[in-house]
Design a binder for this molecule. Structure first.
Ligand code: ZN
Length: 121
């Protein structure tokens, strides 16, 4: 991967990290606000509960994704970005464009997913 590409991916990763953090702050903010509100109508209450489940799922996704993106930025810094941690081959730029935090090439990732599915992980 050349310098230009590294700069490009660093920018993508930084943007993604910023928007995830903003999203997380917003989610936490919404949750603490709804806790203070009172819902006497049980229908409203149910709606709120399902909304909250949705927010919790988003938080879970952010919680998992933020460290991955931080690690990817770290890998740009130490010169190992874009190299598959499994087989040591270069991860395709096309894959990194859609998953800039990817640590594995598509072949190893597919293998891992098949393994997880088979062993119910
Ligand atoms: Zn690989």
């Amino acid at each position: 991967m050349n310098q230009e590409q590294l700069v490009h991916f660093r920018e993508i990763l930084n943007n993604k990290l910023n928007s995830l953090i903003n999203e997380a702050i917003k989610t936490v903010d919404t949750m603490s606000r709804t806790e203070e509100e009172n819902f006497p109508d049980p229908t409203d209450r149910a709606t709120l509960e399902s909304d909250r489940n949705f927010e919790l799922r988003i938080r879970d996704r952010e919680r998992k994704l933020i460290p991955k993106i931080n690690q990817a930025i770290e890998r740009i810094n130490n010169g190992t970005y874009g190299i598959c941690i499994e087989c040591g081959q270069e991860i395709s730029v096309k894959r990194l464009e859609s998953r800039p935090e990817a640590t594995m090439c598509i072949r190893c990732k597919t293998k891992e997913e098949e393994f997880e599915k088979k062993h119910n992980i």
